[in-house]
Design a protein around this ligand. Structure first.
Ligand code: ADP
Ligand code: MG
Length: 261
């Protein structure tokens, strides 16, 4: 298996006719951890939704490709099958489907017919990863996200990540609402995934997650564009100084795109 590349070029995305993304350029390769930071309402979640093909988000121009293949041409489940993974800021509840059932079908959907994971192997792996993530055993038999606390949802997303083993993951606000212990566990899971075959785009509001996961690249998103890129030191500066210096440096007017969705 060789490393994958997700390439986003001059991406413009509208929601209900209003342009939110105004030309995003970004490339994430296997082996790399990228962080996108930025104020509320600048289009970070819009970017992740567009990558995964949420129907409400209309790509008006630009391109998204995965190992040279046009992602925008793929159905949503196809995007997952080629190796993309999205943890959403607000994961949905699915009543009547247990966490274990959901995970097993998600894994099998990515495999060829006849090559499904055996039940025994699946259970063994799931037990192992749940222990690693310090999750209580009953979580596997609970309905997906139903009544999960904020922290349980995020931990569960990391469990999905570790079980599914995608090539490129986009994690939107995986750290929001977590207490320090949950934050450490979530970081531990992401760090465990680190390796040549895994690339990750971490979208976060706060620098604190990046105390536990050192990104290779940090990008700042403002008003629908990536306006600045750098290394981990950029995140540290944002934490101590906020975003005003970037606005000044780039001569950006203090106009927000809108409210956080
Ligand atoms: N489903 C939606 N319907 C209408 N407007 C939306 C929707 N999702 C996002 N927006 C708008 O798009 C802008 C960017 O939102 P979002 O991408 O969620 O920002 P961020 O994640 O950076 O906080 C905001 O003005 C928000 O109100
Ligand atoms: Mg968001």
């Amino acid at each position: 298996m060789s490393a994958s590349t997700l390439t986003i070029k001059d991406l413009h995305v509208s929601i209900e006719g209003k342009e939110i993304l105004k030309g995003v350029n970004l490339e994430v390769k296997g082996g790399e951890i990228h962080a996108i930071m930025g104020p509320n309402g600048t289009g970070k979640s819009t970017l992740s939704a567009a990558i995964m093909g949420h129907p409400k988000y209309e790509v008006t121009s630009g391109s998204i490709s995965f190992d040279g293949e046009d992602v925008l041409d793929m159905e949503v489940d196809e995007r997952a099958r080629v190796g993309l993974f999205l943890a959403m800021q607000y994961p949905s509840e699915i009543s009547g489907v247990t966490n274990a059932e959901f995970l097993r079908s998600a894994i099998n959907a990515r495999r060829e017919e006849g090559d499904e994971i055996s039940l025994m192997k699946f259970i063994r792996q799931m037990d192992k990863q749940m222990e690693f993530l310090e999750m209580s055993e009953d979580m596997s038999q609970r309905y997906l996200n139903e009544g999960f606390s904020g922290g349980e949802k995020k931990r569960n997303e990391i469990l999905q990540l570790m079980m599914i083993q995608p090539k490129i993951a986009i994690l939107d606000e995986i750290d929001s609402g977590l207490d320090i212990d949950a934050l450490k566990v979530v970081s531990k899971g992401i760090n465990e995934m680190r390796g040549e075959d895994f690339g990750c785009l971490i979208i976060t509001h706060y620098q604190r997650l990046l105390n536990y996961i050192t990104p290779d690249f940090v990008h700042v998103m403002m008003q629908g564009r990536v306006v600045k890129s750098g290394g981990p030191e950029l995140a540290a500066r944002l934490e101590s100084e906020g975003y005003d210096w970037i606005k000044q440096e780039l001569g950006i007017e203090d106009e927000t795109v809108g409210q956080e969705a």
